[in-house]
Design a binder for this molecule. Structure first.
Ligand SMILES: Cc1cc2nc3c(=O)[nH]c(=O)nc-3n(C[C@H](O)[C@H](O)[C@H](O)COP(=O)(O)OP(=O)(O)OC[C@H]3O[C@@H](n4cnc5c(N)ncnc54)[C@H](O)[C@@H]3O)c2cc1C
Length: 554
C-alpha cells in the first residue's frame, strides 16, 4: 500500500485536537446544510466548516451576471420538508442566483443551521488516527485579513460535502499578472457586482457560465470579445415568470412530480420519447425536435431514446441545432464557428437566453482560438498569435476542476497515512461515489462515481445525504468503531461505472466529465449514468447490511 506522495508514513502530530464532534462536515452548500439537519435528527454532534462567508455553496460564489439554474426551480429545491416546499414561492421558471441564494439562506434560518456552521474557515488536511479510530482535521481560519489561525478538529466521521463544481479553474496563460485591468472568474464573482458600462471586455470560455453571462455583459459593455476554443450546444431555456397557477398545481401534488422525476436518468421530470431517432421519419424527427426546442430546457436530449447511444442518431439532433444556429446568426462565418462539431449532450448541454442572438450585435466579436490558442496576456489585452485584442477587463468563464478538485485540495490521509491524492493518481476510485477503501468513517456527497453532475443535483444530494446518515445511524446503533468500503467493492463499482459509460457516447468528447479541461488530469469518466439504477443499487446494498462495507468494533 502506498503511504504518501514521498513514500513515507506521516507521523500523527502530537498536539492534542481541539473541538471534538461525532461528525465533521466540510461545505455549507445544499449538501452540507441538509447533512447537518439529518445528523442533528440522529442526536449526533456535528460541525460544518465552510470556506465562504455564508451558506449556499455554488450560489454563494457564482454571482456572475445571468447566473441561474438550468433545472426548473420547482424541481431545483429540497423535498425533505413538505412544509418548506409548500411555503417557498419561486418567481421564475428557472431561478436566478440571488433567488437561489435567498432560498439557501431561508433554509439555514428556518432550521436554525447557522449555529453549527463555522464560516470563513478552510479545511486543509485530515488524517485518520488509527490508534484512536478518529479523524484529526486541520483548518485555517481568518485568511483574508492576514491573521490566519490553525484549528484542529477531532471527529469520528469526516464528510466532504465540498461540491462537484467548487474549485475554480484558472488557465495558466502566460502574462496574466501583467494585465493592467481587473480580471474575474465567474465562479468567484465579486459580491457587490461589476459594472462593465463603457468598457471593452474579454470573455474567455464558452461553457455554461459563459453562455449565461455573455448576453448580459454584451448589453452592458461598450465592446465584448469572446474567445472560443470549443463551440458548445445550447438550447433555449425560455425562462419566464412562474405562473402562480402552475405553481399551485404542482404544490397540490408535489410528491407526484418528484416521483416522476426520480424515474428519469437525470432525475428531472419530463416525458422522454421512447422512440429511436433512426427509426422515425424525417418529418417526425423535425416535429419532435421542434417541440422540445419550443418547450425549452435540458429535456431536449429526451427527444429520442438513442441520442446518447448512437452517433448517427445524435448527429440528427446536432444537425437540427446547427440549423437553428445558422438561422439565428446573421453572419454565416460566425454561425459556422458557433456550430459545435462534437456529440450533443456529451458535454454539458447549456440552456440559454439570447446567446446566439448576441453575436448579431455590432459590439460583439467572436475569436476562434481552436487552432491558435491565446499566446499571452499583456497589459492592454489578450494576444492570439501576433494580434492583441485590447480589453479593459477579462472574465474567465473557464469552469472548474470538476468532481475531484475540491476533494484533492485537502490533504486527506486514511489508514497507514495513505494519501487520497496518491490513491487517485490514475483517476478517482470510490464505492458508490460515497466512500473510499482505506479511508474509514470517511464519506463524500456527490463524489466521483455518483450520478451528481448528470442529474438534478438537489434530489441526488438528498438521496446521498439520507443514505450516508442512515449508514452512520446503523453503525452507531451497533456500536461500530469503523465502517469502510472494501477494496473489492470499490473495484467492482469502478468497473461498473466505466461499463455503463462505455455503452454511451458520453466518454467520446473532451469534457470536464472526463477531466479533459485540466492539463495533466487523468482521463476517467467520473459521473455514474442513471439516477434510478443508482438509487436501486444503494437501496439493495443497504438492505443487505451494507454489502461492500467492512465494519469493525473498537
Ligand atoms: C454556475 C452553476 C450553475 C449550476 N446549475 C445547476 C442546475 O441548474 N442544476 C443542478 O442540478 N446543478 C447545478 N449546478 C451544480 C451545483 O453545484 C449543485 O446543484 C449544488 O449547488 C451543489 O451543492 P453542494 O452542497 O454539493 O456543493 P457546493 O454548492 O459547491 O458547496 C460546496 C461548499 O464547500 C465549500 N468548500 C469546498 N472546499 C472546502 C474546504 N476545503 N474547506 C471549507 N469549505 C470548503 C465551498 O466553499 C462551497 O461553499 C450548478 C453549478 C454551477 C457552478
Amino acid at each position: 500500500m502506498s503511504q504518501s506522495s514521498n513514500g513515507q508514513v506521516p507521523e500523527m502530530p502530537a498536539s492534542s485536537p481541539g473541538p471534538s464532534f461525532d461528525v465533521l462536515v466540510v461545505g455549507a452548500g445544499f449538501a452540507g446544510m441538509y447533512l447537518l439537519y439529518r445528523l442533528r435528527k440522529l442526536g449526533l454532534s456535528a460541525r460544518v466548516v465552510e470556506a465562504g462567508g455564508g451558506v449556499g455553496g455554488t450560489w454563494y460564489w457564482n454571482r456572475y451576471p445571468g447566473a441561474r439554474c438550468d433545472v426548473e426551480s420547482m424541481e431545483y429545491s429540497y423535498q425533505f420538508s413538505e412544509e418548506l416546499q409548500q411555503d417557498w414561492v419561486w418567481t421564475e421558471r428557472y431561478a436566478a442566483q440571488p433567488e437561489i441564494l435567498k432560498y439557501a439562506e431561508h433554509v439555514a434560518e428556518r432550521f436554525d443551521l447557522r449555529r453549527d456552521i463555522q464560516f470563513e474557515t478552510r479545511i486543509e488536511s485530515a488524517m485518520f488516527d488509527e490508534a484512536r479510530g478518529r479523524w484529526r482535521i486541520e483548518a485555517r481560519t481568518g485568511f483574508g485579513d492576514g491573521k490566519a489561525d490553525t484549528i484542529v478538529f477531532d471527529a469520528k466521521y469526516f464528510v466532504m460535502a465540498t461540491g462537484c463544481l467548487s474549485s475554480a479553474n484558472m488557465p495558466a496563460i502566460e502574462g496574466i499578472g501583467s494585465f493592467a485591468g481587473p480580471t474575474y472568474h465567474t465562479g468567484q464573482w465579486p459580491h457587490d457586482g461589476v459594472d462593465f458600462t463603457g468598457q471593452k471586455v474579454g470573455v474567455i470560455g464558452t461553457g455554461s457560465s459563459a453562455v449565461q453571462s455573455i448576453p448580459i455583459i454584451a448589453a452592458e459593455a461598450n465592446h465584448l470579445t469572446v474567445f472560443q476554443r470549443t463551440a458548445n450546444f445550447a438550447v433555449p431555456a425560455h425562462n419566464a415568470p412562474l405562473d402562480p397557477n402552475v405553481q399551485a398545481q404542482i404544490k397540490a401534488d408535489y410528491r407526484d412530480l418528484r416521483e416522476r422525476a426520480k424515474k428519469n436518468r437525470n432525475g428531472i421530470q419530463y416525458v422522454p420519447n421512447d422512440v429511436s431517432a433512426l427509426e422515425a421519419t424525417a418529418d417526425e424527427r423535425r416535429a419532435e425536435f421542434q417541440f422540445r426546442w419550443q418547450r425549452g430546457g435540458l429535456s431536449f436530449t429526451g427527444s429520442f431514446n438513442d441520442l446518447l447511444l448512437d452517433k448517427n442518431a445524435n448527429d440528427l439532433a446536432g444537425d437540427f441545432v446547427r440549423d437553428k444556429i445558422r438561422n439565428i446568426v446573421d453572419d454565416p462565418e460566425v454561425a459556422e464557428l458557433l456550430c459545435p462539431k462534437s456529440v450533443l449532450g456529451c458535454k454539458r448541454l447549456c440552456a440559454d437566453t439570447g446567446y446566439y442572438e448576441t453575436y448579431n450585435r455590432q459590439n460583439v466579436l467572436l475569436v476562434d482560438i481552436s487552432n491558435n490558442p491565446i499566446s499571452r496576456i499583456v497589459a492592454k489585452g489578450i494576444m492570439v498569435a501576433d494580434r492583441t485584442y485590447e480589453v479593459d477587463a477579462i472574465v474567465f468563464a473557464t469552469g472548474f476542476d470538476a468532481m475531484t478538485g475540491s476533494l484533492l485540495k485537502v490533504d486527506i490521509r486514511g489508514r497507514s497515512g495513505l494519501s487520497l491524492r496518491e490513491k487517485w493518481r490514475e483517476g478517482p476510485k470510490t464505492y458508490l461515489g460515497l466512500a473510499v477503501a482505506g479511508f474509514p468513517n470517511f464519506f463524500m456527497v456527490t463524489g466521483p462515481g455518483s450520478p451528481s453532475v448528470l442529474t438534478n443535483m438537489l434530489p441526488t444530494i438528498e438521496q446521498h445525504v439520507e443514505w450516508i446518515s442512515d449508514l452512520i445511524r446503523d453503525a452507531e446503533t451497533k456500536n461500530v468503531a469503523t465502517v469502510e468500503a472494501t477494496g473489492e467493492a470499490e473495484d467492482d463499482w469502478c468497473a461498473h461505472v466505466n461499463d455503463i459509460a462505455d455503452e454511451t457516447l458520453f466518454p467520446t468528447c473532451n469534457s470536464w466529465y472526463l477531466g479533459a479541461n485540466i492539463p495533466g488530469k487523468p482521463r476517467v469518466f467520473m459521473p455514474y449514468i442513471g439516477f434510478p439504477q443508482y438509487v436501486e443499487r444503494c437501496e439493495k446494498i443497504a438492505a443487505a447490511n451494507y454489502a461492500g462495507f467492512a465494519f469493525s468494533r473498537g
